[in-house]
Write a protein that binds this ligand. Structure first.
Ligand code: FES
Length: 260
């Protein structure tokens, strides 16, 4: 039997950068060609990426798997700190260190479902929409039209798409949770929800799910340092005690999370 240590060591690998393109001012799409065999990731799982050879933990960041095809890994990310700035500076031919795939994955839906993405949460949910094509009612929230990414892809993969922007420049003005709360999909059909996005959005979803009595699974975008369960830097409170987002998550049943 393999020890957990050797199982983990198999997850450390290097990859060459084969693309790192800007989709808007803040969001980029990174494509990597691994230099060794990689375990096929499931939607909802993530990798730790580290640009450069230094051991600065701030340069190691968690990225949800966005795509895995023809032995190529894809990551959609928002530039928002030292680690992602370093990744944004990578050029074709550069080599990067990775650990993964890590964490659990979204549980399989039994029928149609609702997917809710806030901002860059689409990075985690798009592979799930792809896996269960034409079964999702997709709700997407963004600050404005410019911040909406992968708009056409989600239309092709979903039964129907609902958009909300803070300034009303695309779709309905307001929060995506407001459209969802009034939707027959939750009030009448009680479809399960799969979501990824900022914590205020997820907190709202927790209220909606509890109120309507529907299942809801969320991927938490917590700050992580090690990504492998060692540093306790990503701990959250749940009904069954403290849990590490990187190890026991990053996907949780929303009713188990205690929001503070
Ligand atoms: Fe270190 Fe989760 S990031 S324990």
């Amino acid at each position: 039997m393999k020890s957990s240590r050797s199982a983990l060591s198999n997850k450390y690998f290097k990859a060459d950068v084969i693309g790192n393109i800007s989709l808007n001012e803040h969001v980029k799409l990174l494509s990597l060609s691994p230099l060794s065999v990689v375990k096929i990731p499931e939607p909802g799982q993530f990798f730790m990426l580290q640009a450069g050879s230094t051991y600065d933990p701030l340069l190691k960041r968690p990225f949800s798997i966005f795509g895995y095809e023809d032995n190529m890994l894809k990551f959609l990310y928002r530039i928002r700190g030292k680690g992602t700035q370093a990744i944004a500076g990578l050029k074709n031919g550069d080599t990067i260190n990775l650990i993964g795939p890590l964490g659990n994955c979204y549980p399989e839906p039994q029928g149609d479902f609702i997917a809710v993405a806030g901002g860059i949460g689409i990075a985690s949910l798009l592979p799930f929409l792809k896996r269960f094509k034409n079964r999702a009612y997709f709700f997407c929230g963004a600050r404005n039209k410019k911040e909406l990414v992968m708009f056409n892809e989600t239309r092709v993969l979903s039964k129907e798409v609902f958009i909300a922007t803070d300034d009303g420049s695309e779709g309905q003005k307001g929060f995506v949770t407001e459209i969802l709360n009034d939707s027959l999909l939750v009030t009448r059909y009680s479809l399960p929800i799969y979501a990824c996005g900022p914590n205020p959005m997820l907190k709202e979803l927790a209220g909606i799910a509890a109120d309507k009595g529907i299942k809801c699974y969320v991927s938490l975008e917590e700050h992580m340092a090690c990504g492998v369960g060692a540093c306790l830097g990503c701990v959250i409170k749940t009904v069954s005690g403290y849990k590490r987002v990187c190890k026991e998550g990053s996907v949780f049943d929303i009713k188990d999370i205690i929001w503070e």
